[in-house]
Design a protein around this ligand. Structure first.
Ligand code: NIG
Ligand code: FE
Length: 420
């Protein structure tokens, strides 16, 4: 029989089935497929079958069993936008912002992304690895089994590749799956602010080809924002990535409206992320082009900014995913469950929609929907068991960690809220 596991008696088993081909939009975002008193049978690290406990238990005998009575089982959560690999923290800037300085003022004065770039450039592979591994363990403890991770704190060929190599090594060593994004166009180096063309040239002609050739990234992201990269520059960088097989993503309309959502649609980006200030036209374009909106309410919360209009986007037919944006400057958290709370409380999403947005739609946003994001036969056996009696409680009781058990590839890695 091999390596088998049965999870049974779940008060609610949320399978998310039926959305692996296309992201869920509009009312389909509420379509969780909840099985009361559900069970899942897992073999060789893959989902074999999910269904009512009575049926599944009668059909299969497993080597190991987990009793999920009184608990909710979901697909392992997926975080589709993180800046996982970086060195250091920026609590000093947080204190400055509390006294009235803005995020962009701090960045323009050489802090912000530049501060983390200095720290990351100075850090060795080993230091970056250790700091990032700690964060990955915390993600796992909060129910996350797959994360996307961006470079963008290196800003030179050597240091951008260093970040991506650390992500690759962590992906090999650590059970959480990491999908990498090259984001050399995260900031213009301070010394080149007046004349960014040579830097953009290096991104296009040195960094993108190297990241692609060494298979260090799947996606290519750019911070399209006034004072950072213009829509024209962003477009050139994203088109260059496409020539090397890197799929576009965009940090779009985060601080100011800047036609980032429109650009995402016109370059065929897989996702546009942030979108706090996305225009009506941009939202419409995204819905038509099938660009996923990755919303990061932790950033609006932490920057004390206006939240993205998730309700409007969902009603307009945009497939919405949610993410932490985990980074030391604009969203220093790894708690995707807290982001789900914010999705409901601050962006008008429903408890059903935030689950879709952190499972199957998040999987689509990073090209992983064939392997993860739902509990369907053949997919990776990645599951999170929450110690709550129903899924509504997940977005109701906030600011605490409800994760009891996390199964990754059929193996229980968190049990009773503790890393094994
Ligand atoms: O997604 N907007 C740009 N990048 C990050 C922040 C990075 C930082 O402040 O270190 C973001 O918000
Ligand atoms: Fe980000």
């Amino acid at each position: 029989m091999g390596d088998s596991l049965l999870i049974k008696n779940a008060a609610q088993l949320i399978t998310m089935k039926g959305h692996s081909d296309k992201p869920a939009v509009r009312s389909a975002m509420s379509d969780l497929d909840v099985i009361e008193n559900g069970a899942v049978y897992i073999e060789e690290g893959k989902i074999f079958e999910a269904g009512p406990s009575e049926e599944i238990c009668a059909k299969y005998e497993a080597d190991k069993q987990i009793d999920a009575s009184g608990k909710v089982v979901t697909p392992g959560l997926i975080d589709p936008h993180t800046h996982l690999v970086h060195a250091g923290t920026r609590e000093n800037e947080y204190a400055m912002r509390l006294k009235g300085k803005t995020y962009m003022e701090i960045m323009e004065a050489g802090g912000g992304i530049h501060a983390t770039t200095r720290a990351t450039q100075e850090a060795s592979h080993e230091e970056l690895y250790e700091q990032s591994k700690k964060r990955l363990n915390k993600f796992l403890l909060h129910g996350v089994t797959t994360v996307e991770a961006k470079s963008g704190y290196g800003l030179t060929l050597e240091h951008e590749m260093k970040q991506l190599e650390v992500a690759k090594k962590l992906n090999e060593d650590h059970p959480v799956d990491i999908i990498s994004t090259f984001m050399g166009a995260h900031a213009i180096p301070m010394a080149e602010k007046e004349n960014p063309e040579p830097f953009i040239d290096r991104v296009i002609n040195e960094m993108i080809p190297k990241a692609a050739e060494q298979k260090l990234a799947v996606f290519n992201d750019v911070f399209c924002e006034r004072g950072v990269f213009t829509p024209d520059q962003s477009k050139r960088i994203l088109e260059a990535g496409k020539e090397h097989g890197l799929i576009p993503k965009i940090h779009a309309d985060e601080i100011e409206p800047y036609a980032g959502a429109e650009l995402a649609a016109s370059v065929g980006a897989i996702s546009a992320d942030h979108l706090l200030k996305a225009s009506e036209q941009g939202i419409k374009d995204m819905a038509e082009a099938g660009v996923i909106g990755v919303l990061l309410p932790g950033t609006a919360f932490f920057l004390m900014a206006e939240f993205a209009h998730a309700r409007k986007m969902i009603d307009a037919g945009v497939a919405v995913a949610l993410s932490t944006d985990a980074n030391p400057g604009s969203s220093p958290t790894i708690s995707l469950p807290f982001i789900m709370n914010l999705g409901c409380l601050k962006m008008g999403m429903t408890p059903e929609e935030v689950i879709t947005a952190t499972t199957i739609n998040a999987a689509h946003a990073i090209g992983q929907a064939k392997e993860a994001g739902s509990l369907e036969a053949g997919k990776k056996a990645d599951l999170t068991i929450f110690d709550v009696p129903n899924y509504l409680t997940l977005s109701y009781q906030y600011g605490m960690n409800h994760v009891d058990t996390v199964i990754k590839g059929g193996k229980p890695l968190v049990v009773g809220g503790q890393l094994q």
